[in-house]
Design a protein around this ligand. Sequence first.
Ligand code: NAD
Length: 500
Amino acid sequence: MSYDEILTACGLDVSSLQNGARAVHTPIDGSLIARVDDNTEDDVRAAIAKSQAAFEVWRKTPAPVRGEFVRILGEELRAAKAELGRLVTLECGKIYQEGLGEVQEMVDICVFAAGLSRQLDGKTITSERPGHHMRETWQPMGPCGVISAFNFPVAVWSWNAALALICGDPVIWKPSEKTPLTALACQVIFDRALKKFGEAPEGLNQLILGDGAIGNIMVESKDVPIISATGSTAMGRIVGQKVAARFGRSILELGGNNAMIVAPSADLDMAVRAILFSAVGTAGQRCTTLRRLIVHEDVYEPLLTSLKTAYGSIKIGDPLNEAHLIGPLIDEQAFVQYESALKAAKEQGGAVHGGGRALQNEYPQGRYARPAIVEMPKQTDVMRHETFAPILYALKYKTLDEAIAAQNDVPQGLSSSIFTTDVREAETFLSAVGSDCGIANVNIGTSGAEIGGAFGGEKETGGGRESGSDAWKGYMRRMTSTVNYSSELPLAQDIKFGED
Ligand code: NAD
């Protein structure tokens, strides 16, 4: 399939994507695949007003009816899985299997949200006063602004949109400026689902294209009560403070620096497979990518030997070709950061295995990075930063306490895992003195979370939760109501106010 055919299969009109001011290049070979126009500040303000108007209607639509729309959206996404998955690969460079997996996550969250729409439940609470009861209800909040990162160009939108929509909140989406085409394709699918659904307000999901400055308009708008922002910690630090300054609600999903502990009792074959997917999948460009490997000294040599062999057999190349497991980095800047992290690691005492640029002759404009394992004498400064590339640092440990301390001794707190067959070690890792991350796994890797659980992390990862469990509460406001069905008016705390 040609690149134009991939766009066309997603319902995009290639002829209308020729003259925009923003050039979109595929990381596969650096070629120009489209030109899009950014939205203006006025466009964003108009989108916010439209979203507010849509909210007036959508909040009165019963939640299960809103859920029916999300169910149809899921069906449309399922039908478009192959086409949209291929476009994800073309635009952000992840391999086709991972492009498909990303779309599957979108389908899964729609199925989840459709069911949830019948269960937006609150508590009933006993009252201290006779003839009274208390209850909690969850109410829609208003427009939800979604800011997303390049590396999950479509799934992050769906995690937010599926929940926001069943909760009664219209969505305004600003995708990464590096991946506008997948966003445009999602809007086509969304509009198709709306047609099948029937009556719905205009502007239920709106796209605004542009860079951070365009996103900033909704970040600063009091008419967008929720901002869900996914991206770097540097972005979240700015966005989080601005939303807090206007007492808005933010859901922050920021950078990770994820570790795996491999204990002496671990199944090493399983560990190697898990490490490989977590560390080199998506060419190291997942927020949950495994970046630090903390291995017990008794199993360090055999594990590293197997790992180096496995790394040696991984095929790098065009991510649309299913023989390849690693595609390109997103752009030149990402490659520069990869090289400078490897240089810093060497300066800090690391021994680098692998690494360097691949396929330079074949793809002079593509940035293919060979995955690297770096054996470190201790946890140094470079290991405390997230480098969005396939670099895995390896360290030895002697005691579990020491391993957990090293794991937690970074500013980020997204994902973590332990490989062990010792139940005491596993449970300690999952206890109050164990991992300090939002995600802590046993005998699986750090990446590839299912949508059923709440997704997010602590510390500089931002503290937000999306996706499953009760993450939906982040898109609603909690109302506590006390109802008096007696003919008396007793005060709480037994207060007598002007009575005998
Ligand atoms: P980025 O921070 O460069 O950009 C992310 C988004 O924020 C883009 O849409 C960008 O335009 C927007 N943005 C930037 N500055 C802004 C501002 N001041 N106001 C409003 N919007 C602004 O991130 P990236 O390079 O696209 O993605 C990689 C990063 O995202 C990594 O750090 C990765 O760990 C993180 N990430 C986190 C999660 C998670 O769930 N925790 C998921 C995916 C990616």
